[in-house]
Design a binder for this molecule. Structure first.
Ligand SMILES: [Zn+2]
Length: 212
């Protein structure tokens, strides 16, 4: 991943997550790294299920730490992804993709056990039907809730941005307080994935589309 990125840095990147904190947990390290490499990173969140103002402020702080721009695809009125019509979700993504013309999209894996995360995966793939771009998918932790033992096809070295990732995850204080997110475990996972990938800290991705 490192060699690949250095040879062909991305200018425009779109990350799509179901809820505030999903993107940071799954891809915060790589996104921070892409920002450092000069990419414009947009972090699109499909829904805020609870505590709208608090969670919006947390997501804004996290995006700021990463250096990305936060976009709430369906406003901040509490809604579950499952209650959003799929055509609406795809239409909102269509508009954003038309505007941003991303070269790389990063979203949930369809292997994620959360149905709402799977729905966002399908919406993102559908919205990319006319957009040639690379596509990576992450299994949102905690902790790799994969429906299989599949970790991913590639590892992104996040050694230089692990602290930014952890700070961005920490920004979701409501989730840390609820223990939905465990910071120590988040670091441990990145370390374990790094051991597998041959680097200090890593995130794992499923390669859905890659233009070499
Ligand atoms: Zn989620």
């Amino acid at each position: 991943m490192g060699r690949f990125l250095e040879r062909a840095p991305f200018g425009r990147v779109l990350a799509v997550g179901a809820h505030p904190d999903d993107i940071e947990l799954g891809a915060g390290g790589l996104l921070a790294r892409l920002v450092r490499m000069g990419a414009r990173v947009v972090m699109a969140v499909a829904s805020v299920p609870t505590l709208p103002e608090e969670r919006l402020a947390e997501a804004q702080r996290a995006a700021e730490l990463i250096g990305g721009e936060l976009v709430m695809l369906n406003g901040i009125d509490p809604v579950r992804v499952e209650d959003l019509p799929m055509h609406q979700l795809v239409a909102r993504l269509d508009d954003l993709i038309d505007k941003e013309r991303p070269e790389l999209v990063i979203t949930h894996s369809v292997r994620d056990v959360h149905w709402d995360h799977q729905l966002v995966h399908h919406a993102a793939v559908s919205a990319l039907r006319r957009m040639p771009c690379d596509l990576l998918a992450f299994t949102s932790t905690p902790e790799l809730n994969a429906a299989s033992n599949f970790l991913g096809d590639c590892f992104a070295d996040i050694t230089d941005t692990i602290e930014i990732k952890l700070a961005a995850v920490t920004a979701h204080a409501s989730q840390v307080a609820k223990k939905t997110v465990d910071l120590e475990s988040c670091r441990d996972l990145a370390r374990a994935l790094g051991r597998i990938g041959g680097m200090q800290y890593a995130e794992a991705y499923e390669v859905k589309r890659l233009r070499l």
